[in-house]
Design a protein around this ligand. Sequence first.
Ligand SMILES: Cc1cc2nc3c(=O)[nH]c(=O)nc-3n(C[C@H](O)[C@H](O)[C@H](O)COP(=O)(O)OP(=O)(O)OC[C@H]3O[C@@H](n4cnc5c(N)ncnc54)[C@H](O)[C@@H]3O)c2cc1C
Length: 356
Amino acid sequence: MHAAIAGAGIMGRLLAWRLVRAGWRVSLFDRDPPEGGGAAAYTAAGMLAPWAEVESAEPLIHRVGLCGLALWPELLAELDTDGDFHARGSLVVAHAGDRADYRRFADVLAARLSGGEHCRRLQGAALAALEPELGDRFSEALYLPGEAWLDPLVVMAALARALRGAGVSWQRAEVTGVGAGYVAAAGVRHDCDWAFDCRGLGARGEMPGLRGVRGEVIRLHAPEVTLRHVVRLVHPRYRLYVVPRRGGEFVIGATQIESDDQGPITVRSALELLSAAYSLHPGFAEARVQATDANCRPAFDDNLPRLLVTPGLMRINGLFRHGFLLAPALAEAALARLEGGAPASCAELFIEEVPA
Ligand SMILES: Cc1cc2nc3c(=O)[nH]c(=O)nc-3n(C[C@H](O)[C@H](O)[C@H](O)COP(=O)(O)OP(=O)(O)OC[C@H]3O[C@@H](n4cnc5c(N)ncnc54)[C@H](O)[C@@H]3O)c2cc1C
């Protein structure tokens, strides 16, 4: 079977990998080179956070997210990379002025999660023992021990290497159309058994209701900060977080703005993100700003993904804040739908059969 995939973001690459592993011949089309470009995947913080996201996302995101998270270690082994993957869990803290929002966050998680072991309340000494550099500034935290994170840049590069090594035909071209059994790119129609549209926001013309949700991040080099967990800081406007990377680097993110503007970060957002980082840990005062980045998350109005299927064509989109969390499970569901196997996760609930 021959698959043609439009879009080599995280969804397109993971789907390509899954299909290759299942014996398909795969052609991949993207306007950008394999090493980088405008995919939202390059801006993502790479958090795999099915528990923290319960606060703002549908319960199905939590369930499918658990499947996605469980698939990552094996995927990274197949791709021969460590992915800068860490499964040490995340912490949620708040300053005194945001205690009411923090309590609401904790109450929502307690109400929506069964059993307390996935969301523990840490006080004073327990917090200081787990994350010493927060112990003297915060008296309490929520600890979500099952959560993990990875570095999207490392994973995207590993996927590109593995796909090329596996003989995937990678074509750098603007895709102008995707239909049942074909992808049209740079004026040429490429026929295939199944076409897949994984163009994220680039598919907006053919996917009514798809919108962009702007997110901005700042990458810092802060050798004086040794946080070992993802730390979320409850904030009245955004879901702010600090994600450790190797080499003393941290990603500070992210704004969430109803706009498809992909222009550079605004002064206001930079001030808010940097102030939040500094208020979390004064060691960020001497950090070096390595880069700022802004992009748009592809989302439908309910912020849930869709796998729209007509014979010969599958469109997978709307991964919103959860592309890295959900994509492994979505790729499994896509393959199960194509090959008639038993669904491996509840991601098949996102499949909609659409008349040709
Ligand atoms: C600030 C921010 C933080 C985030 N943090 C996280 C996080 O911590 N955890 C998480 O799970 N998710 C996170 N996300 C979400 C995640 O990045 C997205 O859900 C994911 O990237 C969507 O994947 P995709 O493959 O559908 O789209 P994309 O990654 O955007 O890829 C689409 C690809 O299609 C190509 N393309 C588009 N149109 C065309 C065309 N006409 N011709 C050729 N090629 C085309 C593009 O070049 C691109 O390579 C974050 C996103 C943002 C913006």
